[in-house]
Write a protein that binds this ligand. Structure first.
Ligand SMILES: Nc1ncnc2c1ncn2[C@@H]1O[C@H](COP(=O)(O)OP(=O)(O)OP(=O)(O)O)[C@@H](O)[C@H]1O
Ligand SMILES: [Mg+2]
Length: 606
C-alpha cells in the first residue's frame, strides 16, 4: 500500500534543495508583510504618534551616526528605504533565493528520474503481470502519476507551504499589536482549516473512485482501438458505445458531486465564516483604536495584514483541493511501482555499464523432474524428464493446453519450476547470469512483434553489430530475402505502426531471420509456421532443415508435417510426457501421436 512517504520519496535526491528553496520562498512571503507594517508606521509619523520601539531605536542609532536633526524626516526616509529594499531591490534575487527556479527544476528532474525508474519497472515486471493487466491501463497510470507529481510540486513547495508560513507571520505581527485580536484571528483560522480538512478527506475518497472509473474507461477505449477488427467483425460498435456512455455518465456524476462539495458547499461555508471574521476583526480593531489601545498606524497595519491573510484563504483552499485531487493518482503510481519484480529481474541490471556474462553452450538441455503450476491448484507440468542432446532437433507436440509453451517459458526463465531443475550443458540455469543466458537463446513466436522502424532495424533487433552479409544470410535461410529484394527500398523499408504492413507469414519469416541472426545455441519455434500458407510453410520447413544439426532446436507445432524430420518427437499430454521417439517409432507405438497423425493425414479418428 502506497503512503504519503512514497510521495516524499519521489523527490528523493533533492530533499535538501527542497527545504532550502521552501525556506527561501517563505522568507519572501514574510517580507511582503513589511510593507503594510511600514505604511502603518508612516501613518503614525504623519499623525504625530510614536514609532514602535525597535524602529525608534534604529532611527535614533542612525540619527546619532549622521548627526541628523530632523527626526521626522529621517524616520520617513528610513521607512522608505525599507519599503524600497523589500519591493524593488528584491526583484532580481527572487527567482533564485525565493526558490522559484528550484520549484520547477526539482520536479522536472524528478520526472526524468522517475520516468526512467518506471520504464525499468515495466521492463522487469514478470510476464504474467502483462497477462493480467491491460497495457493502456499501465501506461495511463504511469504517465498520469508522473504528470501529477510534476504539477503538484511547484504548487505545494512554492505556494501552499510559504503561504501558510505567511499566515503564521501575520499572526505574530497582530500578536505584537494587540494579542486579543490575534486570538480572534487564530480561532477563525483553525475553524476554517479544520472544516476544510474534513472536506478534503471526503474529496480524496471521491477522487479515488473517480480515478478508478477513469482508468476503466480509458483502458476500455485503448482496448477498443487495439481490438477494432473484432469490434467491427462482430458489429458491436453500438454496444461498445453504450457501455462507454454509461461509464462517462458515471464519471460525470462523481465530478459534479465533487464540484458541489468543493466549490459550493465548502466555498460558501468558508466565505461566510471569512466575512464574519473580517467584520468582527474590523469592529474589534476599531474599538481598540477608539479606546486608544492601539495607534492609527497599527489599526491600518492590522486591517491590511488580516485582509491579506483572509484573501489568501481561498487560494490556499484551492491548492489543498488540487493536491487532494491528485493524491489518488499519485498513490496509484506508487502502487504500480511497488509491484514485485519478476524472478527474472534478479539478474537484469539495467545500467549501461553492466556487461552480461558471455556464455557459449553446446546446447545440451536437460529437464530434470520438472514440475510447474501457475496457480497452485492446477499443475500445468508434471515430472518432466527430458534430455536434448547438442545440435538435436526436438519437436513438442500435443493438444492445446498440454503445456508446450509453458515448458519453453521455463527454459527462458520467465518462470521458475516448482520442482526439479533445468540444466544447460550440465549447469543449473538458475546459477547463470540471466541476461547472458538469454542472449544464447532465441525464440520465434506465433505472433512476431514488429517495431516501428526499418526492416533492417527489426531484423537486427537482437544483434545490432551483425554484418550486412550475416543479415542477408539469415534472410536467405528464413526465406524473406526474395520479398525484401522486391521492395523499392529493400532493407530500408519502414515497417510497423507508421510504415508498411506485413502479412502474418512475412512477419513470421522476419521473426525467424531475427532469431537466426543472434546465432543462438538453442533455437525455439513456438508454432512459428502456423499462420503460413502451404507453400511458405514448405519453404520454412526447408529453412528448418538447413538449420537442423547446426544448433539445438526445439519446435512446437500442431501440424505434424512440420516435425516429422525431427530427431526426437515428444508428445505432451496434460502436462506429462506421454510418448517419446522419432516419427517412425511413434507411429509404431499406436498411441496419441499415431492417432493425431492419422487424423491429420486422412481426417479420420483412429
Ligand atoms: N500466464 C498464465 N497464467 C495461468 N495459467 C496459464 C498461463 N499461461 C498458460 N496457462 C495455462 O497453462 C496451461 C498450459 O498452457 P500452454 O500455453 O503451455 O499450452 P500449450 O500446450 O502451449 O497450448 P497451445 O497449443 O494452445 O499453445 C493451460 O491450461 C493454460 O490455461
Ligand atoms: Mg502454446
Amino acid at each position: 500500500m502506497a503512503t504519503f512517504r512514497d510521495i516524499l520519496n519521489y523527490y528523493r535526491p533533492y530533499h535538501l534543495l527542497s527545504i532550502v528553496s521552501i525556506i527561501g520562498a517563505s522568507i519572501f512571503e514574510i517580507l511582503d508583510l513589511v510593507v503594510p507594517y511600514a505604511i502603518g508606521q508612516i501613518l503614525n509619523i504623519l499623525s504625530g504618534q510614536d514609532l514602535d520601539k525597535p524602529l525608534q531605536n534604529l532611527v535614533d542609532g542612525i540619527a546619532a551616526l549622521t548627526q541628523s536633526q530632523d527626526e521626522r524626516f529621517l524616520s520617513l526616509a528610513v521607512l522608505l528605504v525599507i519599503i524600497f529594499l523589500v519591493t524593488v531591490a528584491r526583484a532580481p534575487f527572487q527567482p533564485w533565493i525565493g526558490g522559484w527556479w528550484y520549484h520547477w527544476a526539482i520536479p522536472l528532474k524528478a520526472r526524468r528520474n522517475q520516468s526512467e525508474k518506471a520504464l525499468e519497472k515495466i521492463l522487469t515486471l514478470p510476464l504474467d503481470f502483462y497477462d493480467e493487466h491491460n497495457p493502456g491501463r499501465i501506461a495511463g497510470r504511469v504517465t498520469k502519476g508522473i504528470a501529477n507529481h510534476t504539477w503538484t510540486y511547484p504548487e505545494v513547495a512554492g505556494q501552499l507551504i510559504p503561504k501558510l508560513v505567511r499566515v503564521l507571520g501575520i499572526f505574530v505581527v497582530i500578536w505584537f499589536i494587540e494579542w486579543r485580536i490575534a486570538i480572534l484571528f487564530l480561532v477563525s483560522f483553525v475553524l476554517i482549516l479544520s472544516f476544510s480538512i474534513k472536506h478534503l478527506k471526503q474529496l480524496i475518497f471521491h477522487e479515488e473512485r473517480l480515478d478508478r472509473y477513469q482508468e476503466n474507461t480509458e483502458s476500455r477505449t485503448s482496448e477498443i482501438v487495439t481490438n477494432i477488427k473484432t469490434v467491427k467483425a462482430f458489429a458491436t460498435e453500438a454496444v461498445e458505445l453504450e457501455r462507454q456512455r454509461q461509464r462517462l455518465n458515471r464519471e460525470l456524476k462523481v465530478i459534479l458531486y465533487r464540484l458541489h462539495l468543493g466549490y459550493i458547499k465548502l466555498g460558501t461555508w468558508q466565505k461566510t465564516v471569512i466575512d464574519v471574521c473580517v467584520f468582527s476583526l474590523l469592529s474589534l480593531t476599531l474599538f481598540a483604536t477608539v479606546q486608544g489601545k492601539i495607534s492609527l498606524g497599527h489599526f491600518v497595519t492590522t486591517l491590511t495584514v488580516s485582509t491579506m491573510a483572509y484573501s489568501e484563504m481561498e487560494p490556499l483552499n484551492d491548492l489543498a483541493e488540487l493536491f487532494a485531487r491528485r493524491y489518488a493518482s499519485m498513490q496509484r503510481f506508487h502502487e504500480f511501482m511497488e509491484q514485485p519484480a519478476g524472478k527474472d529481474a534478479a539478474g537484469i541490471v539495467l545500467t549501461p555499464t553492466h556487461r552480461a556474462t558471455s556464455y557459449q553452450f553446446t546446447g545440451k538441455v536437460e529437464f530434470n523432474h520438472v514440475g510447474f503450476s501457475y496457480d497452485a491448484r492446477y499443475p500445468v507440468l508434471k515430472d518432466i524428464q527430458l534430455l536434448i542432446e547438442p545440435y538435436q532437433t526436438v519437436a513438442l507436440v500435443g493438444r492445446s493446453g498440454s503445456g508446450k509453451s509453458t515448458l519453453v517459458k521455463l527454459l527462458f526463465r520467465y518462470f521458475e519450476p516448482n520442482q526439479g531443475h533445468i540444466l544447460i550443458d550440465g549447469v543449473d540455469i538458475r546459477n547463470l547470469d540471466i541476461t547472458g543466458y538469454r542472449q544464447r537463446l532465441a525464440i520465434v513466436h506465433q505472433e512476431v512483434d514488429v517495431f516501428n522502424g526499418t526492416l533492417l532495424d527489426n531484423i537486427t533487433y537482437g544483434n545490432r553489430k551483425a554484418s550486412f552479409e550475416k543479415v542477408e544470410e539469415a534472410c536467405r535461410i528464413a526465406r524473406v530475402d526474395e520479398m525484401i529484394e522486391q521492395l523499392p527500398q529493400g532493407y530500408y523499408t519502414v515497417v510497423g505502426e507508421r510504415g508498411m504492413r506485413l502479412s502474418g507469414g512475412q512477419r513470421q519469416r522476419l521473426g525467424i531471420a531475427r532469431a537466426l541472426l543472434v546465432e543462438p545455441d538453442v533455437l525455439v519455434f513456438d508454432e512459428a509456421t502456423s499462420s503460413l500458407d502451404y507453400e511458405s510453410e514448405r519453404s520454412i520447413q526447408l529453412a528448418m532443415q538447413s538449420i537442423q544439426g547446426t544448433r539445438t532446436t526445439i519446435i512446437i507445432a500442431h501440424r505434424l508435417s512440420t516435425v516429422r524430420d525431427a530427431d526426437k518427437i515428444v508428445v505432451l499430454d496434460q502436462g506429462r510426457i506421454a510418448e517419446v521417439g522419432n516419427h517412425a517409432e511413434l507411429l509404431c507405438q499406436k498411441g496419441i501421436y499415431r492417432r493425431l497423425h492419422a487424423l491429420q493425414e486422412t481426417g479420420e479418428l483412429l
